[in-house]
Write a protein that binds this ligand. Structure first.
Ligand code: FAD
Ligand code: FES
Length: 266
């Protein structure tokens, strides 16, 4: 095993991963390619908890895994500069390394789907990246996929071409500067097919809409965000309440970030 890769607290793993490439793919949105042993354990929908290489930043930053290449031992992350931590990530160069904890969280359940199945993928803004690996893996199994993506405007559109390799893609923008004007609900309401599974990740409003629209669907999944501290289930900074219970809660970092619709209160 790579000496940089050490196991901590059972399954939690920390590794100095090598930066293979980094480029800006849209204004303030970066694609980071990391290489390391940890890739072996990664699943679609999990996230990495990245240490900001600056002592003033004590908390790690959670970023979803966008795509996984186990042969090359590489994974791709796509992140938007939000504050000082992600701004520091954007200054990292090829050949640098970054301290990564992960892979964290449960990931998407992609089991038991094949060419007889039809799946809907719904992504919004910087929530689109983790859905790329979902589409890739389901496409490899012959699943028929419809993808609906929502963005604020044309210059925020990401991963449309990549997802189009695996699925039919429909894009909406809030301001109508690209694709269909409006949000994803405009398109989803018009879809005529029944879907065997639904995979989604996006802003809170979009997640509420998917949760309500597919509340009782047996296989509709939401990938959720929450402010995190430890990122490994210990501090309860990231909890969500569950329906019909005052006492039970779910940790986004450990019990999620992927939840079935109808199982948490948004
Ligand atoms: P600051 O605002 O300076 O951060 C201050 C603190 O708030 C930090 O601890 C930071 O981690 C936390 N914070 C700020 N915004 C968020 C947020 N939206 N969610 C959680 N914590 C936040 N962003 C991407 O661009 N691409 C992704 O693939 C992605 N995947 C994520 C997956 C998960 C499971 C979660 C929880 C968040 C994800 N985010 C993603 C959001 C990303 O973690 C935040 O944008 C980032 O932490 C902001 O850090 P900052 O230092 O730049 O911003
Ligand atoms: Fe500590 Fe989730 S961030 S339990």
């Amino acid at each position: 095993m790579n000496p940089n890769c050490k196991k901590r607290m059972g399954a939690i793993r920390v590794e100095n991963m090598k930066i293979v490439a980094q480029k800006e793919i849209a204004p303030a949105i970066f694609e980071l390619v990391l290489e390391g042993e940890m890739v072996e354990a990664m699943k679609a929908g999990q996230f990495l908890h990245l240490r900001v290489p600056d002592d003033a930043h004590l908390l790690r930053r959670p970023i979803s895994i966008s795509s996984i290449d186990k042969v090359k031992k590489q994974c791709h992350l796509i992140y938007r500069i939000e504050g000082s931590g992600t701004a520091i990530f954007s200054s990292l160069k090829t050949g640098d390394s970054i301290d990564v904890m992960g892979p964290q969280g449960n990931g998407f359940d992609l089991s038991d789907l094949d060419k007889q199945n039809r799946v809907l993928i719904v992504g919004g803004g910087i929530g689109v990246p983790p859905l790329l690996e979902v589409a890739k893996e389901l496409h490899e199994r012959g699943v028929k996929i419809t993808t609906v993506l929502g963005f604020a405007s044309k210059n925020a559109v990401i991963l449309e071409d990549e997802l189009a390799q695996y699925s039919q893609v429909l894009v909406t923008t809030d301001d109508g500067s690209y694709g269909i004007k409006g949000n994803v609900s405009v398109v989803i309401k018009e879809l005529e097919n029944e879907f065997d599974a639904i995979y989604s990740c996006g802003a809170p409003g979009m997640m509420k809409y998917i949760n309500q629209s597919f509340y009782d669907h047996p296989r509709a999944y939401l990938s959720l965000e929450s402010r995190m501290a430890c990122g490994m289930g210990a501090c309860y900074a990231c909890v969500l309440k569950v329906p019909d219970s005052e006492t039970v809660s779910q940790r986004v970092c450990e019990d999620g970030p992927v939840f079935k619709t109808g199982t948490v209160i948004l």
